[in-house]
Design a protein around this ligand. Sequence first.
Ligand code: FES
Ligand code: FES
Length: 154
Amino acid sequence: MISLNVNGKVYKIDVPPDTPLIWVLRDHLKLTGTKYACGIGECGACTVHIDGVAKRSCVVAVGDVQGKRIVTIEGLPKNHPVKRAWIIEQVPQCGFCQPGTIMQVAYLISKTPNPDPEKIIKEMDDIICRCGTYPRMKRAVKKAIELLRKGGGK
Ligand code: FES
Ligand code: FES
């Protein structure tokens, strides 16, 4: 039995410890905001936070994250500056890649106290959006930083 802390709740799940985290999130916990795309840690669609750090849940085994705090897109507060900025700038097209992208940006702005938006965008080079929403993402990252400065952490 695997014990996982997801979005502040503890779950017991009967899966082998080498099961990728994404399948437990989506199939067992029905947290389907986390998306599966490449499955090899290359695109970012499945990004979640593990103990506050952005990780790709398709290449993380559940056995390795027992006792850690996992946060998915559903657990990121509704009024989080990145979620607000994404709505203000109307970033998504099909939307498939966006939960992972938002989790990646939320992590980047949380670890960078005085973020230079261009540097953050460089750090996001390996996020893949098949719809090509990058110009809107770029505007939204700047907006999220502005909202973060104005309104504090959340
Ligand atoms: S699905 Fe995990 S990085 Fe692409
Ligand atoms: S919005 Fe469609 S893949 Fe990014």
